[in-house]
Design a protein around this ligand. Structure first.
Ligand code: PMP
Length: 286
């Protein structure tokens, strides 16, 4: 059967899945989303993703489209219909449909869309060689903690990376410190062997992978610091990597065309990837 999508109360073939032209997500990017990884048919960190969805919605004063229990039922039903084993679930909630006008509509029902995508395992070559990142000015707004569908700077950044032959772009604040990747969080292992990632706050999206990995790292007794780092520090680092729901832990071996450390994926990075994979597979969660 053709892949299905869930759109405002109905399961429909994805090719026929449509939203209204006056959906505020379409007209104003007035909405939020989540991407939840699926490993062997199970949603990874489902509740933390739903916590973040609730938080993003609350920050924008959009109501939850249905209860958390109902959201879980719909997600699981869509995964079942699509026989999803490995990949991800995408959910998007917007403020709803209303005549175009910037201010909040008096009565709009939040619109909910869910889709799934089956994905192949991460590229063996990328894991063996690591990926390249470029750096770019962070031109985003001051509430990057909200997982808003307003992603133009991220889209432009990723496109610039691809055009430069890189995998990701790290965005750099005016003070010279890295905020995060266009769809990933940024990490380094410093010269003196400290694991460092930027602290959660308004300047980054607090990744669910980032949070899970920090918990795992603590459990493993590995020292870490939550603080911002500069591009120069990253270039002096022994290791670098990125995290996200779609990439898990991905080694970074080049920054702006210069090698990180010895130019190969770092040992700690590879260990953390294994630890995270164990967590994602449902084993070894602390
Ligand atoms: N930062 C940004 C800007 C992102 O879009 C994402 C992915 N949604 C992340 C970080 C990583 O977040 P997560 O680990 O929850 O996928």
């Amino acid at each position: 059967m053709a892949r299905q999508a869930y759109v405002n109360g109905r399961y429909v073939p994805q090719s026929d899945a449509m939203v209204h032209v006056e959906d505020r997500g379409y007209q104003f990017a007035d909405g939020v989303y989540e991407v939840v990884p699926v490993v062997r048919g199970t949603l990874v960190d489902e509740d933390p993703h739903l916590d973040r969805l609730e938080r993003s919605l609350a920050e924008l004063r959009i109501a939850m489209p249905m209860s958390r229990a109902a959201l879980k039922l719909v997600s699981h039903e869509l995964m079942r219909r699509n026989r999803l084993s490995n990949g991800f679930l995408y959910m998007q909630v917007t403020r709803g449909v209303a005549p175009r006008d910037h201010k909040f509509p008096k009565a709009a029902t939040p619109a909910l869309v869910m889709t799934t995508r089956q994905t192949k395992p991460h590229s063996a070559q990328q894991l063996a060689e690591g990926v390249a990142v470029i750096t770019l000015p962070d031109i985003r707004w001051k509430r990057c903690d909200i997982k808003s569908v307003s992603l133009l700077p991220n889209v432009l950044g990723k496109q610039a990376a691809v055009e430069a032959g890189a995998f990701e772009a790290w965005m750099v604040a005016e003070d010279g410190r890295v905020t995060e990747g266009t769809s990933t969080n940024a990490w380094i292992v410093t010269e003196d062997n400290k694991l460092v990632t930027r602290e959660a706050g308004d300047a980054i999206l607090n990744g669910i992978t980032r949070t899970a990995l920090l918990r795992l790292v603590e459990h493993e007794g590995i020292a870490f610091e939550e603080r911002a780092f500069t591009v120069e520090e990253a270039l002096q680092a022994r290791e670098a990597f990125i995290t996200s729901s779609t990439n898990f832990v991905m080694p970074v071996t080049r920054i702006d065309d210069k090698p990180v450390g010895n130019g190969h994926p770092g040992l700690l990075t590879l260990r953390l990837r294994e630890v995270y994979e164990g967590h994602a597979a449902g084993a070894g969660a602390p």
